[in-house]
Design a binder for this molecule. Structure first.
Ligand SMILES: Cc1ncc(COP(=O)(O)O)c(C=O)c1O
Length: 393
């Protein structure tokens, strides 16, 4: 019998992909399915980015690159951060990765081990907990509460630190809630973390450019007191509608950059070379497509929140970032996962049950509004009919 390490008994999954597979299966059987499950922009990658990647291939840019990515791209990342956050980042601290997810894999692998505590948001992106468990570290959920506008509470987060804490995972704007942690709360959190120089902070800012109602995005990189311990996770997937390109980047502090580079060498050698040229065009080219996408998401956000709040038993906060709504469904009498499943099977609307994002996700479902306004309106209509027709399981 093959005997893999026990860690594989603990590794989890991302149920959004299972829901996507089932939604596609139903669609292939001829069912009309509206997919509000998977978190990816429904827009096409802007044309100039696609052209840049094609040109790179034609120009013979199809070999290995340096493990951390081509220098012009790392310089462009650095310039972009300078423009948006006002902080100078050395391009040598930037690592281009095959998707933002890889940075969380690396950071958790770097710090996770039995006897170590790692804090992560609950509800939150499911891979945080999965990878923490894989390493044998103790996953310590930081409750992300509706009454806090789905932002982190600095006080609660700091109260969960133990002498064993080695890594804190922070995410704003957040998946699955669309919540944003405001500046005042972040400042309190940073203040507390200043007293623990032995703790690294993974700041997942992949939705940093998707904020609404004039809400500012506060990057943890902006705080000098902790900058030597912040690992910034960002990438192209959401901002530039490039999920399938597998393009992400991280900024690693001096103390960790060599380790990060070595992980890259050991695992993927370098990111797909033409994709890196696409990523370069994305950062250095016109940004109007990004603004147009965010404006469209904003319009859909209003549609979805208004529609959800008009449904029986459902109440939804207005998300301030990302492209997710996380309505409270407790008053419908349904548990979240059976509801999500029944909505897909019986109403043809794919959503994700809150418990797929953590224990505190019970009582909520996630809707991604990365779909057309017509489809969102139709989906809301189908959910209404479903709730009026079906009794809770
Ligand atoms: C919070 C969060 N972080 C990271 C990622 C990973 O992004 P990528 O597709 O670039 O790996 C996602 C994707 O859904 C996400 O929601």
């Amino acid at each position: 019998m093959l005997r893999t390490i026990d860690a594989f008994d603990r590794i989890g999954e991302e149920n959004a992909f299972a829901v996507l597979a089932r939604a596609n299966e139903l669609a292939q059987q001829g069912r009309s399915i509206i997919n509000l499950g998977i978190g990816q922009p429904d827009f096409r990658t802007p044309e100039h980015i696609v052209e840049a990647a094609i040109k790179a291939l034609r120009d013979g840019e199809h070999g290995y690159t340096g493990a951390t990515g081509i220098l012009p791209l790392r310089e462009a990342v650095s310039a972009d951060i300078h423009k948006r956050v006002g902080v100078s980042v050395n391009p040598d601290n930037v690592v281009i990765v095959p998707g933002g997810k890889v940075t969380m894999f690396m950071a958790i692998l770097m710090f996770g081990a039995p006897g170590v505590d790692i804090l992560y948001p609950d509800p939150g992106f499911p891979i945080y907990r999965s990878m923490i468990e894989f390493t044998g570290a103790r996953p310590v959920p930081v409750p992300i509460r509706e009454e806090n506008g789905f932002g982190f509470s600095a006080e609660e987060t700091l109260s969960l630190l133990t002498p064993q804490t080695r890594l804190v995972i922070f995410n704003s704007p957040a998946n699955p809630t669309g919540g944003i942690t405001g500046r005042a709360e972040i400042e309190k959190l940073v203040q507390g973390l200043t007293e623990r120089p032995d703790i690294a902070i993974l700041s997942d800012e992949i939705y940093g450019q998707m904020t609404y109602d004039g809400q500012e995005h506060v990057s943890l990189l902006a705080f000098e007191a902790i900058r030597d311990r912040v690992i910034l996770l960002d990438g192209w997937s959401k901002t530039y509608a490039m999920t399938g390109w597998r393009m992400g980047y991280a900024v690693w502090p001096d103390a960790l950059i060599t380790k990060a580079r070595k992980l890259a060498v050991n695992c993927w050698s370098c990111v797909n070379s033409p994709a890196q040229f696409g990523g370069l065009a994305a950062l250095t080219g016109p940004q109007d497509a990004v603004a147009a996408m965010v404006a469209e998401f904003d319009a859909r956000r209003k549609l979805v929140v208004e529609g959800l709040n008009a449904l029986p038993g459902i109440s939804a906060r207005t998300p301030l970032g990302a492209f997710y709504a996380f309505p409270n469904i407790k008053a419908t009498g349904w548990k979240a996962k059976p509801l999500a499943s029944a909505l897909l099977e019986k109403a043809g609307v794919a959503t994700i049950g809150g418990p797929d994002f953590g224990i505190l996700g019970e009582g909520y479902i996630r809707l991604s509004y990365a779909n057309s306004r017509e489809n969102i309106s139709l989906a809301l209509e189908r959910i209404r009919e479903f709730l009026e027709r079906e009794k809770p399981e």
